[in-house]
Ligand binder design. Structure first.
Ligand code: PLP
Length: 494
């Protein structure tokens, strides 16, 4: 037998769980972003391919010695970069259960529970988010858990390509038989996440397929004009991608108006709400999803701000046959009576890969452990903290909001009246804060000006942490005065 003895696994498993618990408990005292130089990790690694079995203790030692000091602590309460990547402890337990079962759910028949728990969870969550019944299996649509919003964008695009060239009644499409013809067009804005451009590239459309519609928030009028011009030129509008919560500033495209325009030309509407969508669990944020009932697909990541460890991107489609129609290929070895009965969902047909893990278990564990009430409190707490931070920024001389705050995202910059000096000072502020190890921030450029993004959303981020961040920002800004100095970096003491 090559596996661990189950009793040995129990002992080692306890040691690993203890390690994780200690790591998380000590996180607030560690730097968020460690000071690492390229090559440092490889130079410090022990023999990774030992000829003979080694005790787990030496592996944990190496993790402590080499890995932890070179790991950005995304679960640190002082992490405000990019968007959060919540990995709540409850979700880790669910992941362990999933690995423990070790099932592979490519077909319903290879993992009936894996399939149906996922279906039930996605149906339930559709209701909890206020999505209409058309996105549930009972309503003719349905949801799946993809690995990422990027994969969700790709499969939505592929379904759109199939639909846009399908031949009535034939069960196939020109795209499926012959591939792309160069006339396909996909509509985004300059703020749309790059995953849609990547999806277009992977799907073989080429960069020329991307139409960038005017507006920080997609302008329905500009979209309508582009669509009309493209159709008149013999091009084929395949997909329009409005975003709810753009990556740069959290801007929200007017989904209802966009979907109305897109539908006139038969284009698929994919709503990318990767970060912000989960906020719709709170009734006061439901307005974010206004018009999503007109969309063909909707995606939001549980692995960003919904406590669930990567990877768990929730994708709903309004037509449960759309993804299988585009993606299903059935060689003999996958033929299966349950599939042929038409009574089951085979999730292999909803994604690129064949195999899949039981991702639903970690999401279920999160929902079970925290309840919808706990998830709403998680989101509401961060939205309130971000609003307070935005108020402080507005009130503080020398600081300014760089964009209207959106949910728990605050974009800010230094403000002295000289745009070039402000940019230098804002960049220096970010670099110094990040070098301090006490908080981690990332940046964007808004209207050509450098801005710091503060994405409040860590699993354990609370008032004291956001207060400390504000103190750090202010004291660091004081150190950088006068503003015209060149960027500094280094550790801030005190
Ligand atoms: N869409 C938006 C709006 C995002 O902000 C992001 C990531 O931040 C993505 C898509 C990509 O997410 P994923 O890592 O799940 O592919």
């Amino acid at each position: 037998m090559t596996d661990l003895d189950p009793d040995e696994f129990r002992r080692l498993g306890h040691a690993v769980v203890d390690w994780v618990a200690s790591y998380r408990a000590a996180l607030p005292d560690r730097p968020v972003r460690p000071d690492v130089t390229p090559g440092q990790v490889r130079a410090g690694l022990p023999d990774l391919l030992p000829e003979h079995p080694q005790p787990i203790g030496t592996l944990l030692d190496a993790v402590d010695r080499v890995v932890v000091p070179a790991t950005v602590a995304w679960q640190h309460p002082g992490f405000y970069g990019y968007f959060p990547a919540n990995a709540a402890l409850a979700s880790l337990l669910g992941d362990l259960l999933s690995g423990g079962l070790g099932s592979q759910g490519m077909l319903w028949s290879t993992s009936p529970a894996g399939t149906e728990v996922e279906q039930a969870l996605l149906d339930g969550l559709a209701g909890a988010l206020g999505l209409d019944d058309g996105f549930t299996f009972a309503g003719g649509g349905g949801g799946t858990i993809a690995d990422s919003a990027s994969s969700a964008a790709l499969v939505a695009l592929v379904a759109a390509l199939h639909r846009s060239s399908s031949q009535e009644g034939s069960g196939t499409s020109r795209w499926r038989d012959e591939g792309v013809d160069g006339r396909e067009r996909v509509y985004v804005t300059a703020e749309t996440h790059s995953c849609m451009a990547k999806a277009a590239r992977v799907a073989g459309l080429g960069a020329r397929a991307l139409r960038v519609v005017e507006g920080v928030e997609m302008s329905p009028d500009a979209l309508a004009a582009l669509l009309r011009a493209d159709v008149a030129a013999g091009l084929r509008p395949v997909l329009v991608c409005p975003t709810v919560g753009t990556t740069g500033t959290g801007a929200v495209d007017p989904v209802r108006a966009i979907a109305g325009v897109a539908r006139e030309h038969g284009a698929w509407v994919h709503v990318d709400a990767a970060w912000a969508g989960v906020a719709a669990l709170c009734p006061e944020h439901r307005g974010l999803l206004d018009g999503v009932e007109l969309a063909d697909s909707f995606c939001t990541d549980a692995h960003k701000w919904l406590l669930t460890a990567f990877d768990a991107s929730l994708l709903w489609v309004r037509d449960a046959t759309a993804l299988p129609a585009a993606l299903s290929i059935t060689p003999e070895y996958l033929r299966d009576a349950a599939s042929e009965s038409g009574a089951v969902v085979d999730y292999r047909d909803w994604q690129v890969s064949l195999g899949r893990r039981f991702r639903a278990l970690k999401l279920w564990t999160v929902l079970h452990t925290h309840g919808l009430e706990g998830l709403r409190a998680h989101i509401r707490g961060h939205v309130a903290l971000a609003a307070e931070l935005a108020g402080r920024v507005t009130a503080e001389p020398g600081f300014a909001l760089a964009a209207p705050p959106s949910l728990a995202l605050v974009c800010l910059r230094r403000d002295t009246g000289d745009p070039e000096a402000d940019d230098r000072a804002t960049r220096a502020l970010l670099e110094t804060v990040n070098a301090s190890g006490r908080a981690f921030l990332s940046h964007t450029v808004i209207d050509g000006r450098y801005a710091i993004r503060v994405a409040v959303g860590g699993v354990t981020t609370g008032r004291e942490h956001v207060d400390a961040l504000w103190d750090l920002l202010r004291s660091t800004a004081d150190l950088h005065t006068p503003l015209a100095t060149t960027p500094t970096s280094g550790t801030i003491v005190g």
